[in-house]
Design a protein around this ligand. Sequence first.
Ligand code: HEC
Length: 113
Amino acid sequence: MKSGGHMAAALSRPGIVMRSAIGLLLLCVSASGAGAAEMPPGASSCTGCHAASPTVDTPAPRLVGLSAASIEDAMSAWRSGSRPATVMDRIAKGFSDAEIKAIAAWYEAQGAK
Ligand code: HEC
């Protein structure tokens, strides 16, 4: 006599569907220009000596708080040689009118905060 029961594999596994959550990649596109006004070209050559922040003390005189006009006047006086200086006469000669105008306006804006 044959004995051999077939185990009916009635273990029906509930199909567990693993729904993998689709990761939503939120691309944070930061708006450019938010926050501090962008530094104009050339201004980084000034900030090493003249800090852009009113709370930072430097050996060089503070520019934050000066008007754009007074910065432009000083720069043009140095370029023409009519104002004595230790370093600024040489530095001023490396900048064009347009660059000085933009830098002066930027420093003025730092003081207006
Ligand atoms: C190497 C350091 C140095 C750098 C860089 C520098 N300055 Fe100066 N700045 C000085 C010093 C020092 C004085 C004082 C005058 C002098 O001795 O030449 C001065 C004075 C000034 C003044 C007169 C401030 C006042 O109260 O009368 C202005 C305006 C000025 N700098 C603008 C600038 C600008 C704009 C730049 C960038 C294009 C710049 N400086 C870069 C060191 C620097």
